[in-house]
Ligand binder design. Structure first.
Ligand code: NAD
Ligand code: TYD
Length: 332
């Protein structure tokens, strides 16, 4: 079986991917490269620690990356700075990890002729009108609104250019918002769930009318496994469950699942440049690779996710106060 190199494999989606890839291929070889930033945590990989090689290190470290890419067959590239609010406050680490890191990786896969799957986000396409049925497609125009999405867009452009200019065998995928276990408490759902579990009031940005399409992390990772196995080099794939919820409705659902009154939250000042709506047309991956979300029922998936946070306070509690202090400093 192919030897996978997973960058960012100690983060939320990457660690869930590692567990899923090993479940799908129990004898498979897998190496994780992760810089263990605030968002990376080796505990995320504890269950599979004896089945993987873990290399602490930076995707911008060209020498390290060269050796790891040479020794693998396929690179799955999750490593990135991933939070919009952090990028608005301090964009520099986003340029380094997301743009330079992808460049370093591309040069290594070019030198060693390795297959690459690059993980992007629907946020590179910017904002859809709030009301309407329009969805992003593989042909949507890039129109990023935040330093996070701009650096992800820049990384995508590098991948596309390396495919055309050097024949690099790369695929790209753009997934909608993910949720599930091991998501950092800075993100919307974990922030609100852990606030409620601690007896604090959730924080809704602005009017809360912004819409996101919520996809369970296992469904995202199943799609990535399919692309790695059968995706066409040079091709792009959009991934999304179809479950579109306004932030307000999702917060109300979260509160009711936690047994709280649905209006027991605070509104805080809106995020600058806050994209109104994301929605993706995932027809291509459904048609061409037979992918379907196995967890399309958001209330059911959210209830399981809430249970996970309830049972794993040891995992999120150490980061909670520092995260909230950062939000307080920016007034959100
Ligand atoms: P995350 O912040 O939870 O994890 C990122 C991981 O990358 C961490 O383990 C971190 O230590 C590592 N990392 C960061 N910079 C690094 C560097 N320079 N070198 C090596 N490792 C580094 O992020 P996530 O939510 O798991 O997102 C993973 C990927 O999926 C990102 O590329 C993100 O853009 C993309 N994505 C995320 C979502 C979402 O809803 N979270 C949706 C679509 C796409
Ligand atoms: P987030 O998880 O940061 O994902 P993204 O901005 O990449 O979509 O936020 C999801 C949505 O929730 C987004 O519209 C911003 C909003 N939000 C809040 O209303 N309150 C919060 O505390 C956070 C973190 C986000």
């Amino acid at each position: 079986m192919a030897h996978l190199l997973v960058t960012g494999g100690a983060g939320f989606i990457g660690a869930n991917f590692v567990r899923r890839a090993l479940a799908a291929d129990p004898g498979g070889r897998l190496t994780v490269l992760d810089a263990l930033t605030y968002a990376g945590n080796r505990a995320n990989l504890a269950e599979v620690a004896d089945r993987i090689r873990f290399v602490p290190g930076d995707v911008c470290d060209a020498e390290l990356v060269d050796g790891l890419v040479r020794d693998c067959d396929v690179v799955v590239h999750f490593a990135a700075e991933s939070h919009v609010d952090n990028s608005l406050h301090d964009p520099r680490p986003f340029l380094r990890s997301n743009v330079e890191g992808t460049f370093v990786l591309l040069e290594a896969v070019r030198r060693h002729d390795r297959r690459l799957h690059h993980i992007s986000t629907d946020e590179v396409f910017g904002s859809l009108p709030l009301h309407g049925s329009e969805r992003f497609t593989e042909d949507s125009r890039y129109d990023p609104s935040s330093p996070y999405s701009a650096t992800k867009a820049a990384a995508d452009m590098l991948v596309r250019a390396w495919v055309r200019a050097y024949g690099v065998r790369a695929t790209l995928s753009y997934c909608a918002n993910n949720y599930g276990p091991y998501q950092n408490v800075e993100k919307f759902l974990p922030r609100q769930i852990t606030n409620v579990l601690l007896g604090r009031r959730p924080k809704l940005y602005g009017t809360g009318e912004n819409v996101r399409e919520w996809t369970h992390v296992d469904d995202h990772n199943d799609a990535v496994l399919r692309i790695v196995a059968d995706g066409r080099p040079g091709e792009t794939y959009l991934i999304g469950s179809g479950a579109q919820w306004s932030n307000r409705a999702l917060l109300e659902l979260t509160l009711s699942l936690l047994g709280r009154p649905v209006d027991d939250y605070d509104t805080v000042p809106d995020r600058p440049g806050h994209d109104l709506r994301y929605a993706v047309d995932s027809g291509r991956i459904r048609r061409e690779l037979g992918w379907r979300p196995r967890h399309p029922d958001l209330p059911e998936g959210l209830a399981r996710t809430i249970d996970w946070y309830r049972c794993n306070e040891w995992w999120w509690r150490p980061q909670k106060d520092a995260t909230e202090a950062r939000y307080l400093a920016i007034g959100r």
